[in-house]
Design a protein around this ligand. Structure first.
Ligand SMILES: [Zn+2]
Length: 264
């Protein structure tokens, strides 16, 4: 089974369980305490499944099993266990879960002309969601003071009602108009991440939300940069700083150019 099929199966059953948990949480009393505990367990297992997906998908790219025509692997055709040892050679410890991780730099080394992890670039709202998932997961999985403080400040926003991560998870998301639990938002984010990474032509705006503009001077990465003002495609050298737009409309104006990034 491919990594995406495996994750989809796990997340679709997680969503079924999520609706049961949230419904019984709304009943109040002892049911609420149990629902909070169940929500924490469900988030942990969904997070682990998402992390597992990123790892397995990474090796599918390396082995040339996924998206091989878009991102040809330098190691395709080699034995897959040999490929694993080659990837782990540089550092044994790899943090797989996006966005803050060791996956993107490693992919950049192996695929200098581009790789699907760049599709998550400058999707700030989406990255924040994945970050929240990590903070909540760390708070549930560890009892460290740092994990507690980070959860209390960034996710619970010091609201007494959310002292326990489970209570935040089964509460209604402040971000989405239709009643949706924070737990459901995070589980759906894992699925969107997986589809955005592994589809041939993903609808990134629908899956990941709006893209954040990039200012002149940012280091260019593989992909296309379009001028916000005139839509001219910028001429970029990977690794060097993005310059100003050179079109007839923009070049005479002294303003700094703002670019929009399109990943492959
Ligand atoms: Zn322009």
């Amino acid at each position: 089974m491919t990594a995406i099929a495996d994750l989809r199966r796990t997340l679709s059953s997680a969503l079924t369980v999520e609706s049961l948990i949230v419904a019984s949480g709304n009943a109040g009393g002892n049911d609420r305490t149990m629902s909070e505990a169940a929500a924490e367990g469900l988030l942990l297992s969904a997070y682990t499944a998402a992390e597992h997906f990123v790892r397995e998908f990474f090796f599918e790219l390396i082995d040339g099993v996924s998206l091989a025509s878009l991102f040809p692997s330098p190691l395709r055709g080699l034995d897959s266990s040999l490929n694993r040892s080659l990837v782990y050679l540089a550092s044994k410890k790899m943090d797989w879960m996006l966005p803050a991780n060791t996956v993107e730099p490693r992919a950049t080394t192996l695929f200098p002309d581009g790789h699907p992890f760049l599709r998550l670039k400058w999707r700030n709202t989406f990255s924040e969601r994945l970050n929240d998932a990590k903070i909540v997961r760390d708070r549930i999985a560890h009892s460290g003071e740092q994990a507690e403080a980070s959860y209390w400040l960034n996710v619970a926003e010091k609201q007494q009602a959310y002292k326990r991560p489970g209570s935040w998870l089964i509460s209604k998301s402040a971000e989405i108009a239709a009643p949706t639990s924070n737990l459901k938002v995070l589980i759906s984010a894992f699925e969107s991440m997986a589809v955005a990474l592994s589809d041939e032509v993903p609808d990134l705006d629908r899956l990941l939300g709006p893209i954040h503009p990039v200012s002149e001077g940012t280091n260019a990465i593989p992909g296309t940069f379009k001028c916000v003002r005139c839509s001219t495609i910028g001429i970029t050298t990977i690794g060097s700083r993005l310059g100003g737009c050179q079109s007839e409309t923009c070049a005479p104006v002294q303003d700094k150019t703002t670019w929009v990034y399109f990943a492959e």
